[in-house]
Design a protein around this ligand. Sequence first.
Ligand code: BGC
Length: 412
Amino acid sequence: MKQVLKFPDNFFWGAATSSFQVEGNIENMDWAKAAREGKVPLIGRACDHYNRFEQDFDLAKSLGHNCHRFSVEWARIEPEEGKFDEKEIEHYRSVLKALRVRGMEPFITLWHFTLPLWFSESGGFESRKDAPEIFARYSGYVAEKLGDLCTHFSTINEALPYVSNGWRRGTWPPFKKWPLIDLIGVPSYTNSKEAKEEISIKNFFAYFKVLRRLGQAHNAAYDAIKKVRPKAEVGIVSHIIFFHSNNNPINKLIAKIMNWHFNHHFLGHVARKCDTLGLNYYIHKKFGDSRKYEKTDMNWDVYPEGIEGALIMLKRYKTPIYICEAGVADATDKIRAEYIKGLVIGTHRAIQDGVDVRGFMYWSLLDNYELAHGYTKRFGLIQVDFETQQRTVRPSAYVYKEICELNAIALT
Ligand code: BGC
């Protein structure tokens, strides 16, 4: 007989996107400027999701999704410092209504990597002392305008990858890099060779400064959102790398230190002001491991089961958890279905272990602009032809659909 792993009632199943990776034609932000300068690939029209969101949500609905995570673009909403654009708010209200009409619960992320140009060029999180207040003002504004249509808000997507790529490895704006960092074997979130980095020891200190300001920004934004929408559920999204090891005590210690810095250090500063936590899982690193892993198109180990350990790491914060991203770059769709099953089984195990997981959002609904890799990496449940904008549902999306509709996974 088939064993069926059942998920809790009212579990959310869906997929995620972020504004600049799918919407298209956002020119007044730092990544677009970097692209114009040839430091990262051009973004252009992306998936034209800004105009095609209804069609995309129809597909998501037809694939059994009952929720959807997306981000609102700060540069659209606040194109000049302190000046907010009501037309863009109206746009995002239409997006939210389109989800609601389809019976899909919306999850909004307020900031997913891209900064309005006025903010990045006046110093951004590195040099503006008032950055936390600026971010809180923007967050409060959005929550006030959209909070009648959405209760789930996340402030920041992935503080650690943001500072690591921006101030340690120099692969994302503002392309700052520590001297000698390439000699240290810490796992990188991205592998672009195209960036023009500025190498300086000062970036070591800036890295920690930005991290601290992001923590302050989250805490201030939490208060600003709660002030206007006391019932909103406010959290932050963390990229958790699951560091583990063999039985060697030195390797165990290294894994512990890495987990502390990459996963817990920042969270420790913001967890008090989190009603929920978002988990993004892609990477693990096992010290003292000789196993040869199959690789994804990102050259990351195929290790979906690591999501269990990543979730267990968050148990100590005693808040409900949403998996806000987990997925695989797999252009040929050869491994995606099994990878998704591995993620879902790992999530189920974590729930059995007492982790309060409330939802799972696959990354990503659509193929999209994969950061410093441009359009070369394909994470989508839905394949996108970027010339014609044609959407084609991948076979693995139907495997996921069955899980979503059953609210369970049947083991074969
Ligand atoms: C980011 C996404 C990105 C994905 C795959 C996550 O860390 O939030 O923006 O596309 O990883 O690399």
